[in-house]
Design a protein around this ligand. Structure first.
Ligand code: CTP
Length: 402
């Protein structure tokens, strides 16, 4: 689990289509991310599913009808909507979409949608002809115009046997959308952040390259944490085995030179640059046009310097965060890099113990103040801490502009 929804109240509305069974997984994944999920099943959804799996997974009551005795709350039928950080309707049938457009309020799902002022996400799923019908298309257009986030549907095999648009978007994508919706009011809303991650690859010939052990995990966690804080994130990444966050602008690159060009372009209008990438300092001076054939003699590669991306990115007002992975003289080296590369913050750690791991033991160094020693922690917790520090630096910078 990369990102958490700690204590966020999510209303999950489930309407009656065959894709309703996937809402069970959605309820589980949101709960696993530590959200408090209030599930509302329409009467049609109850034809497909029982409340029990939802109650078991969310450990909370499941709602359906409006007119039931409300024992625990005075507001009863609207209290879940009022405290919600986001509401998602998944699957949303053509009928429920039409009801949302016209403001019907004849079950808990539609009442909640009307009473909810938090962001609303709608994930349609239905037969493709129903989806493509002008009535449904017009209804979706109206919802979109009102600021509702429509996710999917996807093209693929449908329950009818036909292939077309109508499948519910993957649960992972729906969880991402809920996270993004919860971040809308985040402390970094509107800020533009560029994060670099992963290793670079420097070609030797068309087949081979020189690279390093960076997994990209730290940078991807940082991109996630900035998204959760509401920032607009661009992730410039060398090759990794990780799935980029759906809500970030993703710029895949290979070499240090490509990364330098992407960072230059993406930081032109950015507020923050976080260089978590392990950028090659050297590259083969020449890339052989054809595969180098082996011979009995030894092979020497002449390497030339690459550009130092962080040191050479110096737009006024850009807050710069760097990393220092060292095997000795950790604090002195990190302090040197902080000054030399004109950084606002540097995260220093023991390279070999950190690379590829899910955890990190790090120090944080800023221009003023003592280095801060952090305990061993999960990279996603470290990522959140870095975001908090960046937020503090931005606030201080706003008070004392450089
Ligand atoms: N960095 C960069 N461009 C490079 C090399 C490094 O932008 N060509 C960035 C890294 O992303 C990191 C910081 O600079 O945020 C420090 O990287 P590191 O490899 O620890 O330091 P170097 O400057 O390469 O110094 P050395 O290898 O001598 O430790």
């Amino acid at each position: 689990m990369r990102r958490l929804l700690n204590g966020k109240h999510i209303v999950l509305g489930v309407s009656g289509g065959i894709a309703a069974y996937k809402a069970i997984e959605l309820a589980r994944d949101l709960t696993l991310a530590r959200a408090l999920v209030d599930v509302m099943l329409t009467r049609s959804a109850l034809e497909f599913l029982q409340p029990l799996p939802f109650e078991t997974l969310t450990r909370r009551k499941v709602y359906s009808e409006v007119f039931v005795p409300w024992t625990d709350d005075l507001h009863g039928h609207i209290s879940m909507a009022e405290r919600a950080d986001a509401m998602i309707v998944a699957p949303a049938t053509a009928n429920t979409i039409a009801k949302l457009v016209h403001g019907f309020a004849d079950d808990m799902l539609t009442v909640s949608a009307l009473a909810c002022t938090a962001p609303l996400i709608v994930a349609p799923a239905m037969d493709h002809n129903m989806y493509l019908h002008p009535a449904t298309q017009e209804n979706l257009r109206i919802l979109r115009e009102r600021g509702v986030r429509i996710i999917g549907p996807e093209r693929g095999p449908l329950a009818s046997g036909a292939i077309g648009f109508g499948r519910l978007s993957p649960v992972e994508r729906l969880v991402e959308a809920v996270r993004a919706a919860c971040a809308v009011q985040g402390p970094l809303a509107g800020k533009r952040v560029v994060v670099s991650a992963g290793p670079t690859r420097e070609s030797i010939d068309p087949i081979r390259f020189v690279s390093n052990r960076s997994s990209g995990k730290m940078g991807y966690q940082i991109a996630d944490a900035f998204l959760d804080a509401g920032a607009l994130v661009t992730l410039v990444s060398g090759p990794t085995a990780l799935r980029p966050p759906a809500e970030a602008t993703f710029v895949p690159v290979e070499s240090a030179q490509e990364m330098a060009e992407a960072v230059a372009q993406e930081t032109a209008a950015a507020d923050v640059l976080v260089m978590a990438a392990a950028v090659a300092d050297y590259r083969p001076a020449e890339i052989a046009e054809h595969k180098i054939k082996k011979s009995d003699a030894d092979l020497a590669l002449r390497m030339e310097r690459t550009i130092d991306i962080l040191a050479s990115t110096n737009r006024p007002g850009l807050l710069k965060v760097g990393f220092a992975a060292e095997t000795r003289d950790l604090l002195a080296s990190a302090a040197g890099k902080l000054a030399r590369k004109q950084l606002d913050l540097i995260v220093a750690n023991e390279g070999p113990a950190t690379m590829g791991s899910d955890e990190s033991r790090a120090y944080l160094l800023t221009r003023d103040g003592e280095p801060e020693e952090l305990p061993l922690m999960a990279k996603h917790d470290l990522a959140q801490l870095i975001v908090e520090r960046v937020l503090r630096l931005l606030e201080n910078g706003a008070k004392n502009p450089r």
